[in-house]
Design a protein around this ligand. Structure first.
Ligand SMILES: *Cc1c(COP(=O)(O)O)cnc(C)c1O
Length: 388
């Protein structure tokens, strides 16, 4: 089986020998043109037309009313959590199966993550596990949710759309409303993913996206906050620009602010990338469909998009039946210059979060032991377009 997978990847990328990375960015559109234009304009930093333009493009693309570009996805999460009202010593419910940025953003506030299990179909926060945890361990008092045993306030819920596969966000929103909890979607991996036709990140109070080098579209480093709340959007823009009161020459600030704005240079690249997003998505879907066919014949399970969703298939994933097989395949594929990798170390196993509160994490543990991500880059010939 291992050699069949490796040969499939090599033939798909038409790469008989060379190293095949997990996810490579593609710059075949207006990338150079816009970046050079930003340089020529001298506006490379936090002021410039590309920042506004990119925010408008993301609003159009996702259907969100407001978008505020940030320096990276972690900053977008940090700012979203602050604006959602999370304070130090409070609790934020999230998944243990995630990239560390989610927990880092929670920690920057001095809040603590609480880990709830993931769903075995979509690999993101499980609505059942969330409901069970809240019903069993929490109490509502005066429209606030408290963890009964510690008395700490539960301040937000942060599901993550793992590898681009949307969680059951409609049910999750209902549960959050019932327990008076703000919902922040860690949509870092889900640009171009839809839940029942509506873009991920637009269901909760905030959605945070990332445009890091390995994401579906990239601007080197970058992120964006989307929200439908005008007040939140204005505050996000204000606080991410050092809370400076706009004025032609005075430097006045009315808050502790952050230098979290996306530079215009990055925004130029981001504009070029989002122009090609639909072409990227089409190419990624073609590859995913081919993986799905391949794994029908093999004893590993390909992770498909949930029935209710359209995934961007950012990183393709398979689940082996046990950890030994998983480890054998990781060794075999990487020895053969085809990059594959396991899921992230579970957050509750890291030193910093091992004391964190948690519910049962059976699925998270099982997935973490058996999952492998497969090469998922867009095929260049799929996205080559007419002369610009
Ligand atoms: C990529 C990612 C982020 C944000 O990452 P940045 O590198 O700061 O842009 C946050 N959460 C998850 C789950 C991610 O995969």
């Amino acid at each position: 089986m291992y050699s069949e997978i490796v040969s499939f990847v090599r033939s798909y990328y038409n790469e008989p020998q060379a190293f095949i990375p997990l996810h490579e960015p593609r710059f075949v559109g207006n990338d150079r043109k816009y970046v050079l234009d930003a340089i020529d304009s001298t506006f490379v930093s936090s002021v410039g037309k590309y920042v506004d333009q990119f925010e408008d493009m993301v609003k159009d693309y996702t259907g969100a009313n407001y978008a505020v570009a940030t320096v990276n996805g972690t900053a977008a999460l940090h700012m979203s959590l602050m604006l959602a009202g999370v304070k130090s010593n409070e609790l934020v419910i999230t998944q243990s199966l995630s990239f560390i940025a989610t927990c880092n953003a929670i920690s920057y506030i001095g809040a603590e993550p609480v880990f709830v299990d993931v769903d075995k179909q979509n690999l993101g926060l499980s609505t059942d596990a969330l409901r069970d945890f809240l019903q069993a361990e929490c109490t509502i008092n005066n429209k606030n949710c408290y963890h009964t045993q510690t008395g700490k306030r539960v301040a937000a819920v942060v599901p993550m759309h793992t590898f681009g596969h949307p969680v059951e966000i409609d049910k999750m929103l209902e549960i959050c409303q019932q327990f008076h909890l703000p919902l922040v979607e860690d949509s870092a991996e889900s640009m171009g993913s839809y839940f029942k036709g509506k873009h991920t990140g637009t269901f909760g109070d905030f959605g945070a996206f990332s445009f890091n080098g390995n994401k579906t579209i990239t601007c080197g480093g970058g992120g964006i906050i989307v929200t439908n709340n005008e007040k939140h959007a204005k505050l996000a823009k204000h606080l991410t620009t050092q809370a400076k009161i706009p004025h032609r020459w005075n430097f006045e600030h009315d808050h502790i602010g952050y230098n979290y704005r996306m530079p215009n240079l990055n925004a130029a690249l981001a504009c070029a990338q989002i122009e090609l997003l639909d072409a990227f998505l089409e190419s990624k879907r073609k590859l995913a469909m081919q993986y799905a066919i391949l794994f029908k014949e093999l004893p590993a399970k390909f992770v498909e998009e949930p029935m209710y969703a359209k995934s961007n298939y950012w990183l393709n994933a398979i689940l082996f039946s046990d950890k030994t097989q998983r480890d054998e395949f990781l060794t075999y594929s990487n020895d053969h210059q085809v990059m594959t990798r396991p899921a992230w170390q579970l957050m509750h196993r890291l030193d910093m979060f091992k004391e964190a509160l948690k519910g049962p994490l059976t699925e998270s543990e099982k997935i973490a032991d058996t999952l492998v991500n497969l090469p998922s880059s867009v095929l260049i010939k799929d996205i080559l377009i007419q002369e610009q």
